[in-house]
Ligand binder design. Structure first.
Ligand code: IMP
Ligand code: MG
Length: 195
């Protein structure tokens, strides 16, 4: 795999995103902003973004998965919305790791509107070029990237590599290796095991 975005570049991207979200607040400080993260890939973005927001912020999470195992193309979308509070009349910001075909974000934006949110905005860290199959665009995009499969900073391949602090693009050999053994490519320095 090779690095696409370093930890410093990601931090600068989150700074830009947070500034844009703050500037977009409907009535600054008046109503809480409900940040709704999409599990599991958005966990790093949500953690870093909310620490840069101002005014009242609330956080909740939903589940969405469209990949199974070592596939790198999306399958059936599975949404888990049972942790959501009542969002009637609330300002909502849906946060996901990546906008690929766009079906995940579109389904969530539609559903949150259906549940009575007053204002629904969407934010993604990454957007793949030339892949969208939907009419909506995210309101806030951290980085546009080429159509490659990426891992790190929350994003996984078959459950592996979410913990990296940078974003890396998988090489075809990584995908072959992963299909022949669990997380076959070592990323932690040897001797890092804790008791
Ligand atoms: P979409 O519904 O096709 O836009 O897919 C979005 C979801 O697919 C994201 O929330 C990710 O979980 C996953 N995904 C899409 N591309 C990648 C990738 O390159 N690496 C890891 N996950 C990805
Ligand atoms: Mg996801």
């Amino acid at each position: 795999m090779h690095t696409l975005l370093t930890a410093d570049e990601l931090a600068a991207g989150i700074d830009r995103l947070a500034a844009a979200v703050r500037a977009d607040a409907s009535q600054p400080g008046a109503r809480p902003l409900w940040v709704i993260g999409v599990l599991t890939g958005s966990l790093m973005v949500v953690a870093d973004l909310i620490r840069r927001l101002e005014g009242p912020v609330r956080v909740s999470m939903v589940g969405a998965s469209s990949y199974r195992g070592t596939a790198t193309t999306p399958g059936r979308l599975d949404l888990r919305l049972d942790l959501l509070p009542d969002l009637t009349g609330q300002d909502v910001l849906v946060v996901d790791d990546i906008f690929d075909t766009g079906h995940t974000l579109e389904a969530l934006v539609v559903e949150l509107g259906r549940r009575g949110a007053a204002r629904v905005r969407s934010l993604v860290l990454l957007r793949k070029t030339g892949r969208s199959e939907v009419a909506i665009e995210p309101d806030f995009v951290g980085f546009d990237i080429p159509d490659v499969f990426v891992v790190g900073y929350g994003l996984d391949f078959d459950g592996a590599w979410r913990h990296l602090s940078h974003v890396a693009a998988l090489d075809p050999s990584d995908i072959v290796a992963a299909r022949h053994g669990p997380a076959a490519v070592p990323v932690d320095p040897p001797g890092d095991a804790r008791p």
